[in-house]
Design a protein around this ligand. Structure first.
Ligand SMILES: *Cc1c(COP(=O)(O)O)cnc(C)c1O
Length: 470
């Protein structure tokens, strides 16, 4: 006890530490305030350790304090949001930030981020303008819509449309389309928060046009169709087509609103992918407004695009909610640059990362898997067996839920079967704690890394010696 107390008294003071050379360097990097509070916190921990520990040899020399303070400052200043390698096999993974952004769009964001912009300023007339002007013509020419606007995400788009066109009114929706999209987007909840009354129509597996017609009354505000993004109903099913719904809606002078969810601006079949409904098709079939996401198949930033009749878009823009849901200059710059890539369909597949990744051939992925497997075998030691196996990637974010893409995975299995669950868990933890965390999944007693989304194999290979699994 006596020794501990004497150790306690010999701790250098905050002031003395801060006057010494290495601490001055820390102040240069992290600022005085952060450094002072780091020193205080470290000294406090040391005092606590000294007062409770039985050892009398606790090392509190300046060097030791310095390294503790330096670690403290470095870890406090590390961003928590950082790049990871998405090897889950789900390309547009909501938890992993959905779509990567094209380099043209990254440049556009940089350009507007660092200074002031003409976000809502008409340079020709020298007067105030609308921020949507930067994207409206682009969206209209790509979708064939009369008008367009954009908000924070598709959930916001649906909310704005419902609240503007059907506040305190009834909205018939098919029971087969009352979807929950991961992360708490539920059509019934969005409906009530938008101040609308949901009228459930038909049954889970079959909804006919006549069911909709029976639901229409004096209080109906609009008819809504929702893309059942993340599931399909198979077997004895029937749904009213958008074409028929539009005819019905217009007979009663109601708008037909379609929540497309993902929505893609190009016919994915052209790129060898399964067909996904486009806003162009919905508009052509008579939808009055269509909403879809910016960061799903479109391959841009998080945003909700709303396209359709210009009188309805005008009403959306007048709703005070639009002000609350509007996008910032960075999103608008990113979205506009992404949309401009669509004007050159021949090069789209190369320039738009999401499309490039989705269309990668399984042969190319297999070649990459063979190369990385060879590297990994060298670095992972003797406790694991590494195979290259065919797998199926998913598009993700609700797009084409049952369509899969042929791909290849590195499949890592513990050689010793006893206790392999714990070994796999440890492997996944180590992969997650790499400088660029690697996210795969455990399946069939192995750890699977689907390489579809790995564009730079060096990024994976170069980190493997840090795994320390030997
Ligand atoms: C994804 C999705 C949404 C939500 O879109 P966010 O851009 O994530 O807000 C809404 N409706 C459908 C049908 C969807 O697929």
């Amino acid at each position: 006890m006596k020794n501990n107390m004497s150790g306690f008294y010999k701790l250098p003071s905050v002031d003395r530490l801060l006057r010494s050379e290495p601490f001055i360097a820390l102040i240069e990097s992290f600022g005085r305030k952060a450094t002072v509070s780091a020193v205080r916190s470290v000294l406090k921990d040391i005092r606590k350790e000294l007062s409770t520990s039985k050892t009398t040899t606790f090392d509190f020399k300046e060097n030791k304090i310095l390294s503790l303070v330096s670690d403290y400052l470095h870890s406090a200043n590390k961003p928590t949001l950082k790049p990871v390698l998405n090897l889950t096999g789900t390309v547009l993974h909501t938890n992993l930030g959905r779509s990567p952004i094209a380099s043209e769009a990254i440049e556009a964001m940089k350009e507007v981020a660092s200074g002031t912009t003409n976000l809502e300023f008409d340079l020709e007339r020298g007067e105030r303008s609308d921020r949507d002007d930067h994207i409206e013509d682009l969206i209209c020419s790509l979708t064939g819509a009369e008008a367009a606007t954009v908000v924070n995400n598709n959930a916001a788009a649906v909310m704005l449309v419902l609240n503007t066109l059907a506040r305190k009114k009834e909205v018939p929706v098919s029971r087969g389309e009352l979807v929950e999209i991961g992360g708490s987007f539920r059509i019934p909840d969005i409906m009530s928060r938008s101040d609308c009354r949901l009228i459930e129509v038909g049954t889970t597996n079959r909804t006919h046009l006549s069911d909709f017609e029976k639901a229409i009354g004096p209080k109906t505000g609009l008819i809504m169709a929702v893309h059942t993004s993340n599931y399909v109903i198979e077997g004895f099913t029937s749904a009213a087509s958008e074409l028929d719904l539009a005819t019905l809606a217009h007979k009663y002078e109601l708008p037909l609103v379609v929540d497309l969810g993902s929505g893609t601006l190009v016919d994915l079949e052209v790129y060898g992918l399964p067909h996904e409904r486009t806003p162009q098709e919905s508009i052509k079939d008579g939808a009055d407004l269509v909403t879809f996401s910016g960061d799903k198949l479109l391959g841009g930033p998080q945003a909700g695009l709303i396209v359709g009749r210009s009188d309805l878009i005008k009403r959306l823009k007048k709703n005070p909610l639009k002000r609350a849901l509007r996008c910032d200059k960075i999103t608008i710059a990113c979205l506009a640059a992404t949309l401009r890539l669509y004007n050159d369909p021949d090069r789209l597949m190369k320039r738009l990362p999401s499309l490039r990744i989705l269309t990668r051939s399984s042969d190319e992925i297999k070649e990459m898997a063979d190369r990385t497997a060879a590297e990994l075998r060298k670095k992972l030691g003797n406790s694991f067996k590494i195979k290259v196996l065919p797998t199926r990637s998913q598009i993700g974010s609700g797009a084409l839920p049952i369509e899969n893409l042929d791909s290849y995975a590195l499949v890592i299995s513990p050689i010793v079967k006893k206790g392999q669950g714990a070994v796999l868990k440890q492997l996944s933890e180590r992969l997650r704690s790499l400088p660029v965390p690697v996210i795969g999944r455990i399946m069939n007693d192995s750890y699977w890394l689907d390489l579809r989304c790995l564009e730079n194999e060096e990024e994976l290979v170069s980190q493997m010696s840090l795994l320390n699994l030997k």
